[in-house]
Design a protein around this ligand. Sequence first.
Ligand SMILES: NC(=O)c1ccc[n+]([C@@H]2O[C@H](COP(=O)([O-])OP(=O)(O)OC[C@H]3O[C@@H](n4cnc5c(N)ncnc54)[C@H](O)[C@@H]3O)[C@@H](O)[C@H]2O)c1
Length: 284
Amino acid sequence: MIFDRNENKVVSVLLGAGSMGTAILRRVCAGTKILFGDISEKKLVEIKKEYQGYGYDVETQIVDANSKNSIEDFAKKAASLGDIKYYIHTAGASPNQASAEKIIKLDLIGSAYALDAFGKVIAKGGAGLLVSSQTGYMWPPLTPEEEIQIMTTPADNLAELPCLKKITNPGIAYIVSKKANYLQVQYAATHSWGQKGARINTISPGVIVTPLAFDEFNAAGEGYQKMIDATPAKRVGTPDEIGAAGAFLLSDAASYITGTDLLVDGGTIAALKNGKFKLTGLDD
Ligand SMILES: NC(=O)c1ccc[n+]([C@@H]2O[C@H](COP(=O)([O-])OP(=O)(O)OC[C@H]3O[C@@H](n4cnc5c(N)ncnc54)[C@H](O)[C@@H]3O)[C@@H](O)[C@H]2O)c1
């Protein structure tokens, strides 16, 4: 059975085929060709079968979002499929999954490589979304000068920045990386992506129940519970709530929104700033 005879379809790309990325993608990808990238071959096999089962036209590629070459190959593959309308980037590791060095490599430098590679191939009128985190708002971890350095340093040289090299605490590495994501999209929106006539934003989720979040709950149980209890929403969020907000940012309804961040956290950061809970575990 052939479900779709349309030719020259536009392309929707997701790098990091996890819970939130797929929740965003499935709200925008009808009628497009989908390209999934992930480091897990098993995940790609499963997701291809699942989405083909819904009638979608699906391609996959194994990608290591730590690697410039792997991301560039992925961008080439995406461009070979047609005009890239949507790019969603969610590949990331959390503080209880990796060391500070690995978090900076994947969450910060990998994102920079992806913004560069897809900034070269995104179609005019296309839109991108980097899944960042509420943690980028949790603490002022960078001076204004350091923020400018992160924004303007080429991706290949980021690892050598003193403000990043000195970080050894994985929690601080995560906060800095997620703050950096927002800085990176501000730069990309005004440079590569903006020059292509495409939009790029970040979305900063609060605590969303996904496999990554379970690793955090298991390691930091009580601190997490206090944060959830202090959050005005009094609960965690769901991948579908990020899906709805992310789909808005990718849609034409957000056509005047670029180079910005949308915090979707049930009010967690408002609670932190109002002293309803305190951060722990960030001693370097
Ligand atoms: N879950 C939360 O509470 C939460 C909150 C805020 C931000 N985030 C951020 O959201 C993003 C997505 O997380 P999620 O919760 O949907 O997790 P998830 O585990 O459901 O998805 C992450 C996906 O990324 C893939 N991946 C990991 N390393 C990779 C690599 N090197 N190359 C390619 N793919 C790789 C994984 O295989 C997985 O499919 C992450 O950047 C995370 O930091 C998560």
